[in-house]
Design a protein around this ligand. Sequence first.
Ligand SMILES: [Zn+2]
Length: 474
Amino acid sequence: MACEYRNGGTAMRSEVTSTESGALLFRFETEQGDCERDSPRMVGSEVHLRLPDDCGGDDIHPDLLALSALLLVLPWIGRGLTLGKGVSQRFAEAVEEDLGVHLHPVDPKLAPRPTPNDGRPGLAFSGGVDSTAALSVMPRETHSVFLERTAFSQRQAARQENSLYKKDAALYACTELSAMGRAVDIVPCDLELIREPVGFPVDLSNAVPLLCVADKRRLDSVGWGTIAEAAYRIGAMGFTDYAKRTTFTRWRCVFETVGLPIFNAVAGVSEVGTSIIVTESPYGSLAQSCIRGQVGQPCGRCWKCFRKSLLDSALKGRWPADKELDVMFAGGEVRQYLNKIPLKHEDVLTYALGRYSGTHPLMLALKRKVRGGELDVDWLERWYGPSLDLAPERYRAGTAQMLSEYLQPMSEADMEGFRGWDLTETVQGERYRTDAANLARLLEKPASSSLYARKERLSAIARGAMRRLRRLTR
Ligand SMILES: [Zn+2]
């Protein structure tokens, strides 16, 4: 099977070492050939994890370690990966078939990792609204594993220095969840620093800490806070069936082979739905999607804060005052995102702005661009039944019941609306182009005479200058 990640003839070697104190180290070395991929570039050769004290690295099934290695370096592997420990035949075959990577050596005596009969689901928990919503509808015994982004050396710390990322809110959520009796592991890990620009090597890489504790925690499935906007692409150009997307099909069998079938409990729920779930969930107050703010204080300047705050206003029926809206529209990142075509998660803004009846000029221009109030998108409040066909069978009925405690299931007509969501033609039309240009023109003007907006802009300029100064003096 062709794989978009294949890169020329590179072959890589991976060794894993562990210590009793729970430190786990993946070390990579190119055996043959050069990687042809320029961006993202692989800039590190090691990935560190600090596992909980009772999760020793020696006991981890070799297939779990090999899958972790693949999630760490797949974009830079071409023909094969040599491992320190042999993998099972079945796992090697699944990887060759679905990812196009040849694993070596194979241990013919090694049985694949079985799904534990007394197991429980694992969730790659992020602390955000979507993953808290997933936790809220998954079985109570679900085990959350949080990847705590951590620098393991001074050099790594220097690379993180200018990052706006703050983990305090997510760590607080983990601690509180533990106090509420939920099982949570926090695993410090530096996997994002293996590449430049910093980020996950592949979408599912944040499951690596979960894979490394899966044996000890007897995990029988793996889930993420993947929502309908991502799974079914309704947050981008339009509906694509998740069951047929390579992002799902490529990994489905590989994860199943290590006894961890994919269990994305909110794949059929939109961002509107996950926001409704967390409003009512006992864990809802802990959810914070902004990764730049402090505990309970989202930054208020990023695109996520902008979108979520309009959505929350729509759900509560209480809108910010015009001067607060001025401040929200004043941020550089928000302006940049507002000029995108289509907007990221435009469906959510269509829903939210459809409920806005104020007179703020930028809100009205945005409302017109996203056709708020003109389209019926109430189906975003409900969940898409066929998404559960992709979950492990033993969890389908329970999840359907839990989802139904928070949301209605989609009717046939809703599903038609969901499957029919497609912006391809819309964004090429005269109407959309005119509305987008109008919004862009209004965004160019000073937000208003509001002192708040001016203050916000001046402080953004000052922050930028400080960052540049720090870079120059380093
Ligand atoms: Zn924010």
